[in-house]
Design a protein around this ligand. Structure first.
Ligand code: ADP
Ligand code: MG
Length: 352
């Protein structure tokens, strides 16, 4: 096990700068998740840590070693890819054994490690099958098994669950969390799915266009997003962002006062689950329901304010409100986030 420390990591491809000065520490034994939209540099950063990409500048340390120039095989890491990358002509056992065999591990050691990985991943009944005879979830478990037998200091996962159906994804998510608990290893997990990030991470690293937007525990990012980007990315449905004007230290929308706001505020943010729904004629903001999405316990009401600004409000699943209904909205001041023109979050007025 080991901590991973990145200092000023840059990566240029021909004509593209994929990473801009990434500095970050992942603690020993931590489950860190890199999250962000497609193309933001998640895989490039992970592959740089693995040594599969040469970086253009900066330093990478794993444990007490500077591995910036080290070959992948010398970094004590194991990577699991979305595509599984199993050898189709080999059995499960042979797939897990292959890397150890070419590296001349002792046969007894190889057997012990395969047995241990198979036990942890519940692959014992399938050791003599070939990948084609396995389900997608089982194949991904074999790919994880191949990483476990290396007993690496750091596990690197690049969107390992993206090819699985929704139910299996949830199941594998729980299994990976249990695996992390059992192995107590440092794990870095890349995903574009904010739900995976929220549920699995000790630490989330939000990336945007090759830069770190914010690093923090899941609930820190939820309660105190550093920017409009993070506010919109973490939490589903996304935080509502309302354009406001300032007068006398108060934020105004549609001529109505929404509450105190710090100098420089151009947008107010509020999450769908933090809006209080009132009967028509009550509440601060009159709204008209344009669409209702019922999930069971909850319903999401897509509403429109008088000025046409759209919002999403969480309601009880059995709310009678539906398309065309009128309602009032209250926005509790403590739940408001204030954003400046450059997207940074302003911290004053009780929302810090
Ligand atoms: P993500 O994994 O977040 O979707 P990537 O790390 O794959 O993003 O890519 C980050 C950026 O680097 C993108 O603009 C992508 O087009 C570019 N990129 C990735 N790999 C290469 C490559 N081998 N050559 C040139 N550009 C690349
Ligand atoms: Mg990627």
């Amino acid at each position: 096990m080991a901590e991973v420390r990145l200092t000023g990591v840059n990566k240029h491809y021909a004509g593209v700068q994929a990473l801009h000065g990434i500095s970050l520490t992942i603690e020993d034994g931590e489950f860190a998740v890199f999250v962000g939209p497609s193309g933001c540099g998640k895989s490039t950063l992970l592959r740089s840590i693995a040594g599969l990409e040469d970086i253009s500048g900066g330093q990478i340390r794993i444990g007490d070693r500077d591995v910036t120039q080290a070959a992948p095989s010398e970094r004590d890491v194991a990577m699991v890819f979305q595509s599984y990358a199993l050898y189709p002509h080999m059995t499960v056992r042979e797939n897990m054994d292959f890397g150890m065999k070419v590296n001349n591990f002792a046969p007894a050691d190889r057997q012990r490690r395969i047995a241990e990985a198979a036990r942890i991943l519940q692959l014992e009944p399938y050791l003599d099958r070939k990948p084609a005879q396995l389900s997608g979830g089982q194949r991904q478990r074999v790919a994880i098994g191949r990483a476990i037998v290396k007993e690496p200091k750091v596990f690197l996962f690049d969107e390992p669950l993206s090819n699985l159906d929704a139910k299996l994804r949830v199941q594998m998510r729980v299994e990976l969390e249990a695996l992390h608990r059992d192995l107590k290893a440092t794990m870095i997990y890349v995903t574009h799915d904010q739900v995976e990030a929220m549920t699995m991470a000790d630490k989330i690293v939000v990336l945007n266009a090759g830069r770190i937007e914010q690093v923090g525990a899941p609930m820190d990012l939820y309660h105190r997003p550093a920017s409009e980007f993070v506010a919109g990315f973490i939490g589903a449905p996304a935080m509502n962002l309302l354009p406001v004007t300032l007068a006398g230290g108060q934020a105004l929308l549609d001529g109505l006062t929404l509450g105190p706001a710090p100098e420089g505020t151009v947008k107010l943010g509020i999450r769908p689950e933090h809006i209080a729904l009132r009967p028509a004629g009550q509440g601060t903001l009159p709204a008209t329901v344009t669409l209702r999405e019922t999930l069971g316990g909850d319903a999401y009401l897509y509403v429109r304010l008088n000025s046409g600004v759209p919002m999403v409000v969480r309601a009880e699943g059995d709310t009678p409100l539906d398309h065309g209904a009128e309602a009032g909205l209250d926005l509790p001041p403590a739940r408001l986030h204030h954003f400046a023109a450059d997207g940074r979050r302003l911290t004053a007025g009780g929302a810090a």
